[in-house]
Structures are given as C-alpha cells and as structure tokens.
Design a protein around this ligand. Structure first.
Ligand SMILES: Cc1cc2nc3c(=O)[nH]c(=O)nc-3n(C[C@H](O)[C@H](O)[C@H](O)COP(=O)(O)O)c2cc1C
Length: 325
C-alpha cells in the first residue's frame, strides 16, 4: 500500500519535500500544491519549480492542477507530461477556499453536479482525442471531497466520478461546508470505496491520519485501499510514514536536525529573514503539538525576530519539552 504526502500550499515546497525525503523514509509519492490553469500554459515560478523534477531530486512527484475548464485542463495535463515527463496528473476537487470556490474550481466544481459532469465528460473527450492523435497523455487521478453543501451528496459525486473512470481517486470524506472541521464521514467513504472498487478504480483515503494505529484501523476496514494520503499528520510527526512501515519513531534530536536543515536551506534560498521566519513558523504551527508542557518555549519561538534567535529558541523548545509521540 502506497503512502503519499498530501499537497499543502505554502508548506510542501520542493525544498521541504526534498529534505523530508532525505531525512525520513516511508513516503512513496509527493503531490504538489495546485497549479491553476489559464488560457495558455503560463506557470509562475512557484508552479514551475513544483512541477519540475530537477527541483525535486529523488522524489516520485505528482503535479496537481486546479481548473474550471476542461479544455484548459487538457492543455495543462498534456504539457505536464510532455515538458516534465509526468506519468500522473492530479485534479483538485477539494480546495475549500472562498476565492477558489467562487471561480468554480476545487470543491467549487462539486457545487453544481451538471457542471461537474460536463467538465469530466469534456475532459475525457479532449484527452482521448489527443491519445488518438498519438500523443502520450499522463494518467489522471482526482482528489475529491464528498460533497459541497453537505456530506449527503456522496452518492451523486460517486456516480459522476465512476462514469469518468479515472485510474485513481483520493477521497477526503468531508464536504466543502465542513472545511477541515468535525470527523471524516466514514460511512460516506465506505460507500465510495465500494463503488469505486467495483468499477476497478483505485481508492486512496485522505483525512486525519495521525498515528500508525489510525492507519492500521483503516486498512483493517478497507483492505483493498490503493493507498493513504497524509498531510497534517506528517507535519506533526515527520517519521509517521516510516513508523507505518514498521520503522522507528523520530527522536527529538532527529526532528531538530531536520528542522534546522530546513531553516538553513530556506535562509540560503529566500534570504530575507522575515520570510524565512514566516515559513518556519507555519511549519512549527503543525509540529509543536508533538511537544508538551512548554507553552512559554513555543511563545518565545513565535516572538523570535532573527534567524539566529529562532534557532536558539527552537533548540530550547525541543530540549525542554516533553516529547509525546
Ligand atoms: C495549509 C494547507 C494547504 C493545503 N493545500 C492543498 C493543495 O494545494 N491541494 C490540495 O489538494 N489540498 C490541499 N490541502 C488539503 C490537504 O492536501 C489534505 O487533503 C488535508 O489537509 C486533509 O488531510 P490531513 O488530515 O492528512 O491533513 C491543504 C491543506 C492545508 C492544511
């Protein structure tokens, strides 16, 4: 069973992915944050670096697009295959952010089921025309929520996706309305799992996996899963995938070395201390709960104004907290 690192915009950068891969084994695939499609293929620097394997050495990388246009999606999927040699491209049907949804992208695609159906049907036609013309097209996987307004839309969403027959679907069992709140709807997931499996579509579960035990329970209930995708759980415990595969927990000093290497690498790449610190503080916001009993130490880290001050505060925080993983 494959373990993939979830895309997280602003967090899972090429630099972060590459260092994670270097320090911790266990993750089989890394998905990039979304690349937004436009009239012609004009990717910004962030998007190019995300998609370009030379910026992601040693990594099995899957680029993700977000779109409200089937024709644009066809152009981007083809480009990502031709220009960078990708074999899989993922489509984001889950992003809940207001600006994305208002354009009918991400989970906004799930709002009007006719529009969603039309999008997938035109995508299928567009891609198969390219294939008939002899072009090599990457396989398409979808990353979806189970509904827009409520969790009850899962049957309709499943029906539309089944008709498209992607080779793989990553399901985050929440509606857009639930954002990242509440517990994932495992009954809805169970329905989609059965529906997709019986249509020969691979199913990947995503949502709230925090421990190896969470993963074991999932596999026990859904033994034919193609994989699991983990986001915040891997930020909190960077060795989570290694542990799921039977390897050791991360030692606090290992985490410290990893985070100091990330700090040094961002300092070298970005330069401006303010931006480096912002990146590190975003990461620690997910990681700090692996350490208990030292709220003051964490507050000191948040207040640090220079990279050197931050480095000292981080060491103090890790060494003077209780490590609870
Ligand atoms: C800060 C942040 C940025 C995210 N960016 C993306 C993104 O670019 N594309 C995407 O498909 N999902 C994105 N997500 C959603 C995650 O990939 C994942 O589906 C979500 O966090 C649930 O999984 P988890 O409980 O394992 O974290 C983002 C989530 C967070 C917290």
């Amino acid at each position: 069973m494959e373990i993939s690192y979830a895309p997280m915009e602003g967090i899972t950068t090429p630099l972060f992915r590459t260092l994670h891969r270097k320090f911790f084994t266990g993750v089989d695939k890394y998905y990039t944050p979304f690349i937004s499609t436009g009239d012609s293929v004009r990717m910004n620097n962030r998007e190019k670096e995300d998609a370009d394997p030379s910026f992601n050495p040693g990594i099995d990388l899957v680029p993700q697009i977000i779109s409200n246009s089937a024709s644009q999606s066809v152009v981007y999927i083809t480009h990502l295959g031709e220009r960078y040699g990708h074999k899989e491209v993922n489509i984001n049907l889950g992003c809940p952010s207001g600006t994305v949804v208002s354009k009918g992208k991400g989970s906004g695609m799930l709002r009007d089921k006719d529009v969603f159906e039309e999008y997938l049907s035109s995508l299928k036609t567009g891609l198969s025309e390219k294939e008939k013309a002899g072009e090599k097209i990457p396989q398409v996987s979808l990353k979806t929520r189970i509904g827009f307004y409520s969790e009850d839309e899962f049957r309709e969403v499943a029906r539309i996706i089944e008709a498209y027959r992607p080779f793989k679907v990553i399901v985050h069992p929440r509606s857009r309305k639930s954002m990242y709140q509440g517990t994932p709807d495992m009954d809805a997931f169970s329905y989609m799992y059965d529906a997709f499996r019986s249509a020969g579509i691979g199913v990947v579960y995503n949502g709230d996996i925090k421990t190896p035990e969470d993963c074991e329970r999932l596999i026990e209930r859904f033994p034919e899963l193609s994989g699991v995708m983990i986001g915040r759980g891997l930020l909190r415990d960077p060795a989570l995938a290694r542990r799921i595969k039977g390897g050791p927990k991360a030692e606090p000093e290992e985490i410290l070395t990893f985070m100091e290497t990330v700090l040094d690498s961002y300092t070298e790449k970005i330069g401006t201390e303010k931006f480096v610190l912002a990146k590190m503080k975003d990461l620690w916001a997910f990681m700090f709960s692996a350490f208990a009993g030292n709220e003051k130490g964490y507050r000191d880290m948040c207040k640090a104004r220079t990279v050197e001050e931050y480095r000292v505060c981080t060491r103090q925080f890790v060494r003077n907290s209780e490590y609870i993983l």
